[in-house]
Design a binder for this molecule. Structure first.
Ligand code: FES
Ligand code: CO
Length: 323
């Protein structure tokens, strides 16, 4: 399956106001913009006239105006005005390349290419309706590694005792208990139950607790984990949303869905930012930056979920960000 046929997140919905925003998806520069109070658009960030970046332009009367000669485009990408030739009606050849775009889970998602009839169900938008209602989204984090490396790290438990020592892991207990990897009917890896001792499992935790995790790969570039402490604290679910910007870089958001109705937004954010700031330097140090799917790295039995994720990427036919 071609990654271009999947929906991938490219920006926070709340970050797109009245100015065009430049983003990159699968190596393609895009411009996002919206009509005042209206429709969203994702166009190739390249003017069909002389190739200037449309994201340097502005939204004028609900149209995107190129910064160079002022050609204007509507949300469908159609050229609607060429100021140097006011009486001229632009044709299809003057249009900018347009992509499908939608808002979901607080983010803006783009699909570069509509799938053919045989691939209609490729990487469907994850359904998160069952998660707690309080949602916070953290990011973007621009990370100098591939999206699959970042997602694999999110699925990896054996780094807790080292990278998150004193927080999600205990240096005295680095062992990973046996766990079983299963699959959803459509082949996404899942761990139904993984239990670990965590010195500081959540922003609100006053002491250590046994925490039960559930992991689920949502798509080639996203995953969900849910954690609940034995002591009966809040239930937290986190998604990692990775935008594969280039083969070797990604832009991440983490969304937290929590039953914690007490902790202020800032405390929850600080906790997650602290955790990811522990991950980021190690992630960026990994070589190669693309995730090896065909050998080249050694595994132990503790890496069963990572291995299942790699097999899943291979079965999906993912080629971007892997090697
Ligand atoms: Fe865009 Fe000329 S390059 S209007
Ligand atoms: Co980590």
């Amino acid at each position: 399956m071609d990654e271009r046929m999947g929906w991938w997140p490219v920006a926070l919905d709340s970050d797109l106001q009245d100015r065009p925003v430049a983003v990159t998806l699968l190596g393609q520069p895009l411009v996002l913009w919206r009509e005042p109070g209206g429709a969203l658009a994702a166009l190739a960030d390249r003017c069909p006239h002389r190739g200037a970046r449309l994201s340097l332009g502005e939204v004028v009367q609900g149209q995107l105006q190129c910064p160079y000669h002022g050609w204007r485009f509507d949300v469908q990408g159609r050229c609607v005005a060429i100021p140097a030739m006011p009486a001229f009606t632009p044709a299809a050849v003057h249009a900018a390349c347009r992509h499908e775009v939608q808002v979901a889970h607080g983010l803006i998602w783009v699909r570069l290419q509509a799938p053919g009839p045989d691939a209609a169900a490729a990487f469907p938008m994850p359904d998160l309706a069952h998660l707690p209602r309080r949602r916070l989204i953290y990011g973007p984090f621009d990370v100098a590694t591939s999206a699959p490396r970042a997602v694999e790290n999110f699925l990896d438990t054996s780094h807790f005792a080292f990278v998150h020592r004193g927080w999600l892991g205990d240096a005295g207990h680095p062992e990973v208990p046996p766990y079983e990897v299963t699959q959803t009917p459509d082949g996404r890896p899942v761990i139904e139950r993984y239990k670990a001792w965590q010195p500081r499992a959540t922003a609100a935790a006053a002491e250590g607790d046994w925490v039960t995790y559930r992991y689920e790969v949502l798509s080639p570039y996203s995953a969900l984990l849910t954690k609940q402490g034995d002591a009966g604290g809040p239930q937290d679910s986190y998604t990692i949303w990775a935008c594969p910007t280039t083969e070797d870089t990604c832009r991440l958001w983490f969304a937290q869905y929590t039953t914690d109705e007490i902790s202020p937004d800032e405390a929850l954010r600080d906790f997650q930012v602290a955790i990811f700031s522990q991950d980021q330097p190690v992630l960026e140090s990994q070589s190669p930056k693309r995730l090896p799917l065909s050998g080249g790295e050694a595994h132990s039995a503790a890496d069963r979920l990572s291995a299942a994720y790699r097999r899943y990427l291979k079965a999906c036919g993912i080629t971007f960000g892997v090697c």
